[in-house]
Design a binder for this molecule. Structure first.
Ligand code: WTA
Length: 631
């Protein structure tokens, strides 16, 4: 990856056409209002949505850092994402366009979406799922994953979606931690022309998950899978039962009631469940999509992420449906069967706004311009980027080749924890390739040194957010101490992002990357400790350290250093076996790029592995302060 941290002085200004079309002509009008009256701004946004009962207070910070928003209010995110559209012309417009990797197509109007979410909601209730119960969803990118999430929310259950690229140990750990009663899955999904065996992985995980009472499987691929009598049910059979018919009441939720858990990697081996709630999350996601992508119900929006990550939660499922837009979802790989698959879909379905990750852009860039050039991409009006810093070279290619120099690129910086965009332009803001520009309305960011002093412009430091916002995580599920410790204690009263960044003289922010042991591999968030624990679960491995090193397409790639147990030989065969072992236990997304067999690992005197030193050595850089290194 080239120069992702370089401060690039090239500036791209919006065209007259973009300014004409923009809902918000002047960033400052709204930014000033939100800066002066944070609660007033978020109250006004919330007024645009429906509530069974309005709030007593917009922001309650009496228990900070456990902030509460819209206290006293009652709503349900489904009331706004699905129900309210039934009373308008949107009832007859498309909520979803879905294309399978094998060419299957399914479209659903808001009316049809409501019908199926209601049917499945009735099924969930009939199976004993109640308000507050956790449900794990482990599915491919098919319409039913959206329906399952919405049906859970509708009946007040808390969904915990586990990305389909994770494997048995990762799934088992997440089911167990959430104490889910039900798993919703599919027989499999299509990816790169092959079936991903989801149901098989569920079966393997459930050997150790006593909380699970039942499994519901969608038939997607139709290949043979084992169904355990009394535990496993087919989705298509359940929603045809008489019990599924009839009105399904949307549960009235307190604004602060949990909507979902989403596991994400942090600095320790055990992934943590980030908790989001119905009210504030709904307002944050709605508002961010409205201003940043200027979305309206006329748009065909494609967020090419997976619903298993926060980007998919907020911007495939909830955000676009809250806006009454049409959300587009594609099941498979961007290069299957040819590297023009995405561009062909944009043309065929008239996508107006396209949102993806830098790693995908870099990957597709390699195949050359001739692939996108085969297609008419003039339906696009805006582009987006998320997940990792976008290097200026990829930014410019995306802008020129995909956006035909017409479409501004919204580089949105945010996290699972923030729920919605935090540092981002809006369409009329002048852009610098590689910078997410500035904090969203109502937010202020700072870049601090280790002592908590702001660093001078142009210097690197820890990125923190100063103000609370409605879609902020409420806690780490079952671990409020860790929430306080990890996010709010280094600089009391300020939210620690875990990223390092710089600010330039124009006030633009440049994200450099994680400062903790979190990896970003092809935009996926993984913990070094998770990779290490998958490695040491293999009998040959005594100790392992994982680090991320720069990679041209993936952004970062995983390199592992490990010490073998006596009697094992670090040969090619073992190397391959270990890679497969990590894929089987943690997931194919976590496959190491390179495994190095070593005799010792750099450690502190207290025995902690110094990954920083490994990383510096691997890149031929200075090892920095090694006074604590034990040799
Ligand atoms: C990184 C994904 C630079 C960052 C939404 C953050 C980014 C982590 C950007 C969160 C961006 C996300 N520019 N870096 N536009 N967006 N990141 O929780 O390091 O999967 O802390 O959420 O991704 O990853 P997560």
């Amino acid at each position: 990856m080239s120069n992702s941290n370089k401060i690039d002085e090239e500036i791209f200004y919006p065209s007259e056409e973009v300014i004409q079309q923009a809902r918000l002509k002047n960033w400052n009008d709204l930014a000033d209002f939100a800066a002066k009256d944070l609660e007033g701004f978020w109250e006004k946004e919330a007024e645009e949505l429906e509530w069974y009962q309005k709030w007593d207070k917009v922001l309650d910070d009496s228990g900070k850092p456990f902030f509460k928003w819209y206290t006293g209010a009652k709503t349900n995110i489904v009331l706004n994402a699905v129900d309210r559209h039934q009373k308008t012309y949107r009832k007859n417009k498309l909520a979803l366009i879905w294309v399978g990797e094998d060419g299957d197509v399914r479209t659903m109007s808001y009316f049809a979406l409501n019908r199926e979410v209601s049917q499945f909601g009735n099924v969930l209730r009939a199976m004993g799922i109640q308000k507050g119960d956790r449900v794990t969803i482990y599915m491919p990118r098919i319409p039913e994953i959206i329906i399952a999430m919405l049906a859970c929310a509708k009946v007040g259950a808390v969904h915990s979606v586990v990305y389909g690229g994770f494997s048995q140990d990762a799934l088992q750990e997440r089911i167990d931690d959430s104490q889910s009663k039900l798993v919703i899955t599919a027989d499999g999904g299509w990816m790169n022309g092959k079936i991903v065996e989801l149901k098989k992985i569920v079966d393997a995980s459930l050997r150790k998950c006593p909380s699970i009472e039942s499994v519901i499987a969608v038939k997607r691929t139709g290949h043979d899978v084992r169904m355990e009598p009394g535990r496993d049910y087919w989705y298509h059979e359940l929603i045809k039962l008489p019990i599924a018919n009839g009105f399904c009441e949307t549960e009235q939720m307190d604004a602060e009631d949990p909507l979902y858990l989403l596991y994400t990697s942090g600095t320790t081996g055990k992934p943590k469940a980030i908790l989001h709630v119905h009210g504030g999350y709904m307002v944050g996601v709605y508002t961010s999509l409205k201003y940043v992508f200027d979305l309206t119900d006329q748009d065909r929006w494609w967020c090419a992420a997976d619903p298993g990550w926060v980007t998919g939660h907020s911007y495939i499922v909830y955000g676009p449906l809250l806006m009454g837009a049409t959300t587009f979802m594609y099941e498979g790989a961007p290069t299957y069967p040819y590297p023009n698959r995405w561009w062909a879909l944009i043309e065929k379905y008239g996508i107006s706004v396209f949102y993806t990750a830098p790693t995908a852009i870099r990957g597709l860039m390699r195949f050359g311009e001739s692939w996108p050039k085969k297609h008419n991409l003039t339906s696009l009006r805006l582009l987006g980027s998320v997940g990792e810093p976008i290097n200026p070279e990829a930014w410019k290619w995306y802008h020129r080749v995909i956006g035909n120099e017409r479409c501004p690129i919204m580089d949105t910086w945010w996290q699972t924890e923030t729920g919605s965009f935090m540092i981002t332009p809006t369409p009329t803001v002048p852009l610098k390739p590689g910078s997410g520009t500035r904090p969203f309305f109502g937010q202020e960011a700072e870049i601090l040194d280790e002592e908590g002093n702001p660093v001078p412009d142009g210097e690197e430091g820890n990125l923190v957010l100063k103000n609370p916002w409605p879609s902020m995580m409420r806690t780490i599920y079952k671990d409020p101490d860790r929430y306080v410790e990890q996010y709010w204690s280094k600089y009391p009263g300020k939210y620690l992002t875990g990223d390092s960044a710089k600010r330039d003289k124009d006030g633009y922010y440049w994200i450099i990357g994680r400062v903790d042991d979190v990896l970003k591999v092809s935009g996926y968030r993984l913990g070094t400790a998770e990779v290490e624990s998958a490695m040491v679960s293999h009998p040959a491995i005594a100790e392992a350290a994982a680090i991320g090193l720069p990679h041209e397409v993936k952004g970062q790639a995983i390199h592992v250093y490990c010490i073998l147990r006596a009697g094992y030989n670090g040969n090619d065969e073992l190397n391959e076996e270990l890679i497969q072992h990590v894929a089987k236990h943690l997931g194919p997304i976590a496959k190491p790029e390179k495994i190095n067999f070593v005799d010792s690992l750099p450690k502190t005197r207290s025995g902690k592995i110094m990954r920083r030193v490994l990383k510096a050595r691997a890149q031929g850089l200075s090892e920095g302060d090694i006074s604590t290194l034990e040799e």
